[in-house]
Structure formats: structure tokens, C-alpha cells
Write a protein that binds this ligand. Structure first.
Ligand code: AMP
Ligand code: MG
Length: 340
């Protein structure tokens, strides 16, 4: 059996930038380990093309480098619209769609809050209430203006606002890689951009793909269960295990609650969930939905996923797993969880 995330734990410990295994290559890009397996069709030229594309997308979409196109939009916040490429524009357009339909649970202008907490950096901290309030005031997708005029521009209306596409960029990247594979006529492949997987084509012999769903409480590469999928699909998880730090005896993870409902706006979302996993053809949509549904919680999240044609699994802190009928049908338990 081939697990999409299987090699990841090995790569994480190796410290190497690029590892070529039999039929697979991995690189650290987009802030995560990205692994591509082209099986018998793997060749250096195609791997290079795919990883170059990822590096190009990092230069476009990264919130963590000064020279990205995104960083220019952030620098121009409150001053003037910045010119953006059709690609960045397309991701921003889709981000605004998900911000709107999720009632702001997913918000691409979450940047000031992400920076304030610093989760995933070397210096994370629990910020004082007052600083959270100030940062939250700068988070509002309605103050992001994009237009196709003048070659395409994006404008954050207030000084201090900042885009962060961490919840959707890897999905877009996975779709772009799948598009390269389609054009190259590659029959099957596995793309794994740090929990953002794409199984491309059909497995040899027509067997379904088996994709491990990370056990949120175990080391990477341990699964709560296995999803079996017949054909090209993206499988994207969001959870408390991707980036976090521990302080005051608690885990503070990287997905921010921007909803009014729980009274914990500006803090890591807390609604009894360990993780969400979304299955959909579009990896960009799956990525945005996995984050939005994690923030919204089970009932609203399930409805949102279904309304967008997605299958979804929710892993709860009480070690139960629930989800849409199609997802549950494709899923079998392997870890210490139960389906009520
Ligand atoms: P994901 O792993 O796809 O769920 O995305 C999480 C990342 O998206 C975080 O590391 C932040 O960079 C960013 N983020 C955190 N909270 C939100 C939110 N509520 N809406 C949009 N992006 C978020
Ligand atoms: Mg996401």
C-alpha cells in the first residue's frame, strides 16, 4: 500500500534539502516538506519542472518573505493598490469567495493576528488581550479590494493590514502541479505538500489509492485511518498538530478563530476538534474549506463542505470521527478512534 504521507516523517528527520528516493523527490518549499512521487514516469527534468513551479509560487504567495508579490500588497496597505499577477489575483478572488460564504471564519487578511501569535516561528507567545484587540481590528476581508483593471491590482484599505494565504496557497500549488502532470500526460502520481495531498490518476492495476489521515495526537506518519479513493482527488487536512506551541499547560495551535460565536475571537479555534480533512477535486477549494470548517466546527462546517460539493471528516478531541456519508464510506479506522 502507498500512503501519501508515509515518507514525510523520514524526510522531516533527515535535515536534507532534497532527497531522491526511488521514484520520489522532496524539497522544503512553501514553508513545508513537499514530496512528489511520479512512480515509473519519474525523471529529473519533470521533477525539476514541478519543484521550480513550487518555488515560483512561493515567490508569489508567501507571507514570510519580503520579495514576494504578496509582501508588496502588504507594504502598500493603506497607501495605494499594488499591481498583481493574474495568478495572485485568482487566489485572492477565491479567498474572498470563501471568506464570504464562511461568514469570515476563513479570512485571507488574518496576517496581523498570525504575526502577533508567531505560531510556527521561533518566538511564539500568548499575546496580551489589548494587542489581540488591535490586531483583530485589522483583520477584515471586506477591506481587501481587488480589480482586474489596470492589469490587476489588490489593495488593503487600512495601514497595518496584511494578507496571509497560509490556509489556501498550498492547495493552489497542488492544483498547479496536477495541471502540469495533466499536460505532460502523466498517468499517476502522488503530490504531498505537507498535509495537502493530491492523488493523480489511477493507481497501477486500477486499485484505489490509500491515503493515511494523520492521527492528530501521534507523530507524523501515524494514521487515525485510511481513505480509499478511486481517482484523481485532493485530500487536505487542517488541525491542531501542524503548528503549535505549548504554554501554561496548553496547546496553542495556528488556526485562528475569527467568529463571534465562541467568544474566543483572536485565539486559536477551540470547538472540540482535532482536525478536519476535506476531499475534493480542487485542492485550492479543499484547502480553504478544511480551514474554514475547522474554525466553524462540526455542524456549520459539515453544511459548508456539502454546499461546496466536498466530502469531509472531522476528528474530535473525544476520539470520535464524524463526517459526510461519502467520506465515511471511503474511510476505515486504523488508529485509536471510533465512529459513533
Ligand atoms: P491550514 O493549515 O490550511 O488550515 O492553514 C492554516 C494557516 O492559515 C495558518 O498557519 C495561518 O497562516 C493561516 N490562518 C490561520 N487562521 C486562519 C483563518 N481563520 N482564516 C484564514 N487563514 C488562517
Ligand atoms: Mg487550509
Amino acid at each position: 500500500m502507498v500512503f501519501a504521507a508515509l515518507a514525510l516523517s523520514i524526510f522531516l528527520n533527515s535535515g536534507c534539502k532534497k532527497i531522491a528516493g526511488p521514484g520520489a523527490q522532496a524539497e522544503y518549499v512553501l514553508g513545508t516538506y513537499c514530496r512528489i512521487d511520479l512512480f515509473e514516469n519519474g525523471n529529473g527534468e519533470l521533477y525539476n519542472r514541478l519543484f521550480s513551479r513550487l518555488a515560483e509560487l512561493d515567490r508569489l504567495l508567501s507571507a514570510n518573505r519580503d520579495d514576494s508579490e504578496l509582501a508588496q500588497v502588504n507594504r502598500n496597505a493603506g497607501l495605494e493598490p499594488a499591481s498583481v499577477s493574474p495568478e495572485l489575483l485568482a487566489v485572492l478572488e477565491r479567498s474572498l469567495y470563501f471568506a464570504e460564504i464562511s461568514g469570515g471564519a476563513f479570512d485571507p487578511t488574518v496576517g496581523p493576528l498570525v504575526k502577533l501569535w508567531g505560531i510556527g516561528t521561533e518566538t511564539p507567545r500568548i499575546p496580551p488581550e489589548e494587542e489581540i484587540r488591535v490586531a483583530l481590528d485589522l483583520v477584515n476581508w471586506r477591506d481587501l479590494e481587488i480589480t482586474r483593471q489596470n492589469g490587476g491590482t489588490a489593495f488593503l484599505k487600512r495601514r497595518g493590514m496584511a494578507l496571509d494565504l497560509g490556509a489556501i496557497a498550498k492547495g493552489y500549488a497542488a492544483d498547479e502541479l496536477a495541471e502540469i502532470l495533466r499536460k505532460a500526460g502523466i498517468p499517476r502520481a502522488i503530490i504531498d505538500l505537507g498535509g495537502n495531498a493530491y492523488v493523480w490518476g489511477t493507481k497501477n492495476g486500477g486499485d484505489p489509492w490509500s491515503i493515511g489521515v494523520q492521527d492528530p495526537m501521534q507523530e507524523r506518519g501515524n494514521y487515525a485511518g485510511i481513505l480509499k479513493l478511486g481517482n484523481s482527488a485532493s485530500i487536505v487536512s487542517s488541525g491542531i498538530y501542524e503548528r503549535y506551541f505549548t504554554e501554561n499547560g496548553r496547546r496553542w495551535h495556528h488556526i485562528m478563530d475569527l467568529t463571534e460565536a465562541g467568544g474566543r475571537r483572536g485565539y486559536p479555534a477551540e470547538n472540540g476538534l482535532f482536525s478536519t480533512t476535506v476531499i475534493l477535486t480542487s485542492s485550492m477549494d479543499a484547502d480553504a474549506l478544511s480551514t474554514a470548517c475547522f474554525v466553524l466546527g462540526y455542524e456549520k462546517g459539515l453544511a459548508l463542505a456539502r454546499a461546496n460539493g466536498a466530502e469531509i471528516l472531522f476528528i474530535f478531541e473525544d476520539k470520535t470521527i464524524r463526517g459526510s456519508p461519502g467520506a465515511l464510506e471511503a474511510f476505515s479506522l486504523t488508529g485509536d478512534y471510533r465512529i459513533p
